[in-house]
Design a protein around this ligand. Sequence first.
Ligand SMILES: NC(=O)c1ccc[n+]([C@@H]2O[C@H](COP(=O)([O-])OP(=O)(O)OC[C@H]3O[C@@H](n4cnc5c(N)ncnc54)[C@H](OP(=O)(O)O)[C@@H]3O)[C@@H](O)[C@H]2O)c1
Length: 384
Amino acid sequence: MASSSSSEGKNEEREPATSKLKKERLGWMEWLRGWFYLAYEMLFQRIMASHLQNPMPLPPLNDLTCIITGSTSGIGRETARQLAESGAHVVMAVRNTKAAHDQIKKWQDEWSGRGLPLNIEVMELDLLSLASVVRFSKTWNARSGPLHVLINNAGIFSIGEPQKFSKDGYEEHMQVNHLAPALLSVLLLPSLIRGSPSRIVNVNSIMHQVGFVDTEDMNVVSGKRKFTSLVGYSSSKLAQVMFSNVLHKKLPGEAGISVVCVSPGIVQTNVARDLPKIVQAAYRLIPYFIFTAEEGSRSSLFAATDPQIPEYCEMLKADEWPVSAFISQECRPTNPSEEAYNVETCFKVWEKTLELVGLPLDAVERLLQGEDITCKYGAHEKKI
Ligand SMILES: NC(=O)c1ccc[n+]([C@@H]2O[C@H](COP(=O)([O-])OP(=O)(O)OC[C@H]3O[C@@H](n4cnc5c(N)ncnc54)[C@H](OP(=O)(O)O)[C@@H]3O)[C@@H](O)[C@H]2O)c1
């Protein structure tokens, strides 16, 4: 797999940051660099991705079962449609099941006459409820079937909205974009092991570059940092990268599970639904720069299906410190932000995440050994 020129050799240059003093926020150089990458992606993503076909050609995927969260809209909807049209068994894990069923009907009508009916089903999942995540995982695992690809796509960016908390007590960006997908990934490990070689694809964002995670203040309530939706969103995306780094490192090669984060690019979807109307109008006026949902789905589809991904992930495992694969919007391996390499914080994020989602610290190790675990949020449901 070819590496992007901007990232070549960076892994070797980086030093583990374990010796740093406790960091309170992103350094201004890192912050500036993050914004530079963001502006660069916005302006040049189409040029950088000009080698990619649209839609991305996919091989026959009849042997794959894929769960895609948030597949009623935007990137997730496109990803689900294309995987299903290539023959995969697609599970739309969504909170609005009626919208998903309506969508399937539309796809089946459009597909009619082109082959066997699409193999798609709907399961309810609300990431704002950790109990819903446990319920979903338990129902899926009870089938005792394989899962080949989990795409943690659902996400929110409530631009300009006041700070909100889920009923579990967590800041909503952190819960929907990081905590709930992390819980889902861990709880579905038994099915992913059955489906091995399998993959966890986390739809992340270039915005993680301007994020900072304070594990003592995941809800951003201490007053050390002023909450804005940008802080909430970027921190949640960075937390996801850091958690993925450790998960990737903890999964032994024999488990056959690849963990990949992807950046879809800057994409015209409903993610901007909370923007003021005038900004939304401006957003639509710059279509040249912004990807369509179909273009934005390419990095997810690539991470879910490219045959070289498992080998690339294995190669990264040989690194001394944890780094999971990160695939750019132009479908090339790249590096996440410098802060994502802060090993000490990565392990703190790992521990804090497991604590917040109500899992034991050795959850992954126990699941790998075939043991049952319980999650605080599904206590009444007994075993996972
Ligand atoms: N668009 C971009 O420029 C961009 C850039 C970088 C990264 N991303 C990431 O790409 C992913 C997909 O976003 P998108 O742009 O396609 O946005 P979108 O059109 O708003 O789609 C988001 C999906 O997530 C679902 N969702 C939201 N909250 C949920 C919850 N509590 N439980 C279950 N599902 C929930 C939504 O379902 P409902 O329809 O029911 O709300 C929707 O299906 C996100 O992770 C986003 O952060 C997007």
